[in-house]
Design a protein around this ligand. Sequence first.
Ligand SMILES: C[S@@+](CC[C@H](N)C(=O)[O-])C[C@H]1O[C@@H](n2cnc3c(N)ncnc32)[C@H](O)[C@@H]1O
Length: 606
Amino acid sequence: MLSAFLSVSSGSSNWRLIHLPLPLKRFYFTRVSVRSKKLVLKSGGSTSSSSPHHHRHRCCSSSSSSSSSSSSRLVRRMTSSSSHSHARHHANNALSSSQPPVFLETDISLSLATFGLSVPAKQTSRFRNLLGKERLLKRPNVNPVQVSEHAPDRRILLISVEYTSLSELLSAMPVESTSIIKDAIDTSEVEVIQPYEVNVPYDALTMQECLRQIIPLAEVKDDDLQGSFELVGRVAHVNLRDALLPYKRAYGKVLADKNPRVEIVVNKTSATKNEFRVFPMEVIHGPPCINEDDGKLSLVTEVKQGRFKYQLDYARVYWNSRLEREHARLCETHFLREPKGGGQVVLADLYCGIGPFVVPAASSDGTKGGCNCLVYANDLNPDSVKWLKENLRRNKCSSNVAEASVDDAVLYARKLVRRGIRFDHAVMNLPALAVDHLVPAFQGILNFDELATDAGSEVSQVATAAWDGWQDDPPWIHCYCFVRGKTSSGGLGDGTGKAAAAREVEHVRDAKRLVMHRLCIGTPAQRAAKRQRADDDDQGGGGDFEATYAPEDLESIDADEEARFECKAHVVRNVAPGKIMVCVSFPLPVEVASTRSSPSDVLARL
Ligand SMILES: C[S@@+](CC[C@H](N)C(=O)[O-])C[C@H]1O[C@@H](n2cnc3c(N)ncnc32)[C@H](O)[C@@H]1O
């Protein structure tokens, strides 16, 4: 893109380099005051002088009606942003001055062609009522009633852009109103002004309208400019298409300007491949975001789910606001029930993140939906556990959390049993891999002979006593997984009717079979052995980032066993086309928990 740079040299000034995109330039500089750090811009081609239709009637909406106020607004904004620019330059690579520029707001406006009815000022309400609200121009920040430039005692009623002519307008109105307006036109009480040009300023434009002016590329579709994003407190997360990358800073700024809660915009730069499920990101809009202690990106933000508040560093821990309903559902459906023997429900959250299951489960505040469980929380990411502890403190539920551990989930589950900690529920929310962790975590977990041999008889006695009679009330495992959609849309689709219901049944069945397959329940070993899997170590995953399955894995499940396997599966969300997240909840089967086969024996059978 063509551009011009202005450099202002001043020892102490924050002004260094200002980049002006040429296609947007309609300003020239009249004065640069280094002392006051003010840059005074004057319109060198306002809409009126550059418009080929300058003879037409025109109006500006209130927020941009005066060019001097536009200039002062611009000066104000630039001055305030300059206070951050030095730090930004050094601290934030993503926003260094070598990046493409942010545009000038005053250069972005839209000229809307419509038509108006000029009416006597005193008759404004009468004609406005006759026309009806729905036929007047509807745009935020644009008043559909304008004072006439030429006759101060007259008002112009701006007509909705849906109507391109008077006849179209009149034919859409009730007959009586039509004839009153026609008569008024005949007697010149009402005058039709067509065309009537309305200048809609930056503040009143939609995100798409603003970006369209900055990004004229044909390959960028309007849909790409709608500005869909996931909001995590003050941070908006976007996934920009490649074609938009040269304009990422402008995109980030418009998105933040149009969404008052957004302060920082980050773009996902590639697929999530790390074990902590934190995606690689780049800040494309916002203040400096570098942690001074370690020089790394840090995006501390606050989110709310239900009646609980969480703080987290979005650059370092996993968070997905779209799981809010699922967090609440699991708690309401399972953790409020008392165990058979009575007493407090004990929960093990093996991949707890920053605590969206732990906090409501542990909270004893029933008015907030707290379940008053005793919770053992664990996550491999030390940052997650750090924020978990902070969130327990903020939500006043630390006393119900027995521990917040940094460990591998598989090892942690087995350690809990050995220590004689009997949990009623285990949550496994790592959908990419949790099914592959089932056997390593739970196979033979309650085979106390084995516990005795590999952990010493003392430990075994504690564990045996704690888990005595567990068969009558086995722990429930809530395992999240991904299944593929088989239909052409590949996912849940938008439909609500029979087709959507049928798809949901399919996803539930596939998820159930996937869990059975991984637990080797109802799976003829010889058929299952054909399955191609790379991840065969007993940490479940062996460096892979996503569990996979072949269609025949699911088809191999024995129908009678499937009917017998007690489980409740719930479709959580459509993550991507052909990738559906499902939660499978089931009581840990006796044959899995008490088997004498070691996890590696079982994995070898797969
Ligand atoms: C999908 S996130 C879910 C976090 C949280 N339950 C939630 O709903 O927001 C999965 C979490 O598992 C953690 N994790 C990944 N591998 C793990 C492992 N082997 N053991 C324990 N935690 C693990 C990640 O750090 C991440 O916080």
